[in-house]
Design a protein around this ligand. Structure first.
Ligand SMILES: Nc1ncnc2c1ncn2[C@@H]1O[C@H](COP(=O)(O)OP(=O)(O)O)[C@@H](O)[C@H]1O
Ligand SMILES: Cc1ncsc1CCOP(=O)(O)O
Ligand SMILES: [Mg+2]
Length: 268
């Protein structure tokens, strides 16, 4: 195993920490994702709050354990709130996660993502087409969905991590996490997860919860994705379709215990 690769015991310790501390996770996320992200955070043991008004976003970021900024449904008021909140998080050392939904699809998204990048997110989590676009490659996504596989975006993720100082996670069939120096693959999950809207947004939200309680953000990110992937794989067993997977995922996240995490974590 490469030195620095999170072990199953690290993943369990991280989940245990989330459950023990119940961190407040401030989300400025899209209309589609609000419900699933909040429920996934609760099932993981964190306290979600979806707060996007410009009048309060900066103040709220200051009391949170982590901030998650997701550009899925944009408007000028929301962008201003995102920039205000991310500025507070940066200035106070509160870890914040950027989910660059559909970056590259329009110049508004690309400009907004670039303005947010300048505020130094601690973690960037996107699908392969989004990470490629953010790293400067021509956008090949289909709106919010990826048309690339994570393996196509490994180099782009490494370059983005080095350039921004963020931990970068590319999700898909295999999740790749890198800080530019260390890089791991997190296996797990299930193809049905990609048939549930806002599952990637939920992955970013859970990453925020782990980043709030684990100092090593590389470990926090890998652990969050391992836990979500494990819950997703278990939820998919005998699920006839995405509807069943969606509700079972919450139950599986809630029920994950030490033995299951130690047995089911696949990080290499
Ligand atoms: N083919 C797949 N096999 C296993 N897990 C998957 C697959 N596609 C997506 N996932 C999982 O679903 C979650 C959402 O990822 P993804 O679909 O890449 O994000 P997005 O919704 O932003 O495009 C991640 O945890 C990822 O690991
Ligand atoms: C469908 C849709 N449209 C705008 S945001 C959004 C949700 C995207 O969620 P995810 O990136 O997790 O698939
Ligand atoms: Mg997404």
């Amino acid at each position: 195993m490469v030195p620095g690769t999170p072990a199953p015991g690290d993943v369990w310790a991280a989940l245990h920490s989330v459950r023990r501390s119940g961190p407040l996770v401030h989300n400025i996320t899209n209309y589609v994702a609000m419900d699933l992200s909040a429920n996934v955070l609760l099932a993981a043991g964190a306290s979600p709050a979806m707060v996007h008004a410009r009048d309060e976003a900066a103040e709220f970021a200051g009391i949170a354990g982590a901030l998650v900024v997701n550009i899925g449904t944009l408007s000028p008021e929301w962008v201003a709130a995102m920039l205000d909140a991310a500025t507070v998080a940066r200035d106070r050392g509160i870890p914040w996660v950027l989910d660059p939904v559909a970056v590259g699809a329009t110049s508004y998204r690309t400009r907004t993502a670039s303005d947010l990048l300048a505020l130094r997110p601690a973690v960037i989590r996107g699908n392969a087409s989004e990470i490629l676009a953010l790293a400067g490659a021509a956008g090949r996504g289909k709106g919010v969905d990826s048309t690339d596989s994570s393996s196509d975006a490994v180099d782009a993720a490494g370059e983005l991590a080095t350039k921004t100082g963020a931990v970068v996670a590319v999700t898909g069939e295999i999740d790749v996490v890198t800080d530019g120096r260390r890089s791991v693959q997190v296996a797990g999950g299930h193809p049905l997860m990609a048939r549930v809207t806002a599952m990637g947004c939920a992955a970013s939200a859970v990453t925020g919860a782990f980043a709030a309680v684990v100092d090593d953000l590389f470990l926090a990110t890998a652990a969050a994705l391992a836990v979500l992937g494990l819950a997703g794989a278990r939820a998919a067993v005998d699920a006839p379709g995405p509807g069943t997977l969606r509700w079972r995922l919450l139950d599986e996240l809630h029920m994950l215990d030490e033995a299951t995490v130690l047995e089911g974590t696949r990080i290499s």
